[in-house]
Design a protein around this ligand. Structure first.
Ligand code: ATP
Ligand code: MG
Length: 353
């Protein structure tokens, strides 16, 4: 008997509610083929929930999902609720309280997708961004000083602990060992005088634990340029919360449409469920029309299965995506076709069967 997985589903708002069922459809097809089963528990936490309850999820929401094997998230956010509430009180709360300190984003050009970088093909763009997701530049330390005077200023402190830097670097090196064995660090030690030389030093120290993995480092400014000009140089790219955030949008952008990119929020210790979602948001402009591209959600499902140890199933989903968009299968409007969300999802599920 194959394993049974308990998955918490938060479809969220807008197109989240349209693409999540397609992700589930494809996981079910993979489960049939590879002999595992999934129990889905759905949570209706979104901006409608907020309208009814004045909060994005119940007070014990984190506890309700803590026992799951993974969380499958669509997209959260709607124009009726300020972003800082919908995001902070749901997604960021889950990330923080579940200790999901790695944000993982593959940037891989799928067969059948045209990169905005002219002439680039699938063999040129295949890297992963590993973002430190627990501290750093996004801290609440600092404040407004001398308010109302001509000296008014704000101070925003960055906080970097050795523990958090070392664990994210080790995650990056471990990941590289499963790939092409190269790690690149995003740094800025020529400008950020205290924190970034420290990152450089920790990077050199951790790299010594991995003599079989190549490593190099780039200042964040030139690194963004290299993503565009030399995407083929990169395998695993690791950076602080801010640098990783910037790279996490640029990487998937060079690999094509926003509708296809997936992301993982990982607890490598596996104490708590990791969370998988597409990169895109709830897309109010196209929500309700059934035309959203489900591939970002489906690829996120593949990442989730990979994390759960269903490696063959994960690989098969990626292959099925490529066989549909690389062949003449149905494509949604953002990829130049006119297929509905459901048609695209069904085609991928069928390719898998
Ligand atoms: P976030 O909620 O993360 O802040 P956002 O508001 O910046 O996201 P999205 O909601 O991702 O942005 O939408 C950005 C644009 O991309 C919109 O025009 C939207 O229609 C389009 N888009 C996003 N996801 C998809 C998808 N799956 N299929 C087709 N188009 C999409
Ligand atoms: Mg938005």
């Amino acid at each position: 008997m194959g394993k049974n997985y308990k998955i918490a589903v938060i479809a969220g708002d807008g197109i989240g509610k349209e693409v999540v069922p397609e992700g589930q459809r494809v996981v079910e097809a993979a489960a049939r083929r590879f002999g595992f089963s999934v129990d889905w528990t759905e949570f209706d936490w979104n901006c409608d929930y907020y309208a009814r309850h004045g909060r994005m999820m119940p007070e014990d929401g984190v506890e309700q999902v803590r026992g799951a094997d993974a969380i499958f998230l669509g997209a959260v956010g709607w124009p009726t609720v300020p972003d800082h509430i919908s995001t902070w009180d749901l997604i960021l709360k889950l990330r923080r309280e579940l200790g999901l300190y790695v944000a993982l984003r593959p940037a891989r050009l799928l067969k059948g997708i045209v990169s905005p970088l002219a002439g680039r093909t699938a063999k040129d763009i295949d890297f992963v961004i590993v973002r430190e997701n627990s501290e750093g530049e996004y801290s609440a330390a600092g404040g407004l000083l001398y308010e109302g005077t001509s000296e008014e200023m704000v101070i925003q402190e960055s906080v970097f602990s050795k523990r958090a830097i070392d664990r994210i670097l080790r995650y990056a090196f471990d990941l590289a060992r499963t790939r092409r064995k190269k790690v690149s660090l995003a740094t800025k030690s020529n400008g950020i005088k205290i924190a970034m030389p420290y990152w450089d030093a920790r990077f050199a120290a951790i790299a010594r634990e991995y003599p079989d993995v190549a490593h190099d480092k780039f200042h964040i400014d030139i690194l963004t340029a290299h993503f565009v000009v030399h995407p083929d140089w990169f395998d695993v790219v690791v950076g602080s919360n801010l640098f990783g955030d910037i790279l996490s949008d640029l990487g998937p952008a060079v690999a094509g449409s926003i509708g296809i990119a997936p992301s993982g929020n990982i607890d490598p210790s596996r104490t708590n469920p990791s969370m998988f979602e597409p990169v895109h948001g709830s897309a109010p402009d196209i929500a309700g029309q059934g035309i959203a591209n489900p591939i970002g959600q489906i690829w996120a499902a593949a990442m989730m299965l990979e994390h759960l140890g269903e490696l063959e199933a994960a690989k098969a989903i990626e292959t099925a995506i490529e066989s549909v968009i690389g062949g003449n299968g149905p494509r949604t409007r953002d990829l130049g076709g006119n297929a509905a969300t459901v048609e695209a999802g069904k085609a991928i599920a069928e390719a898998l069967a």
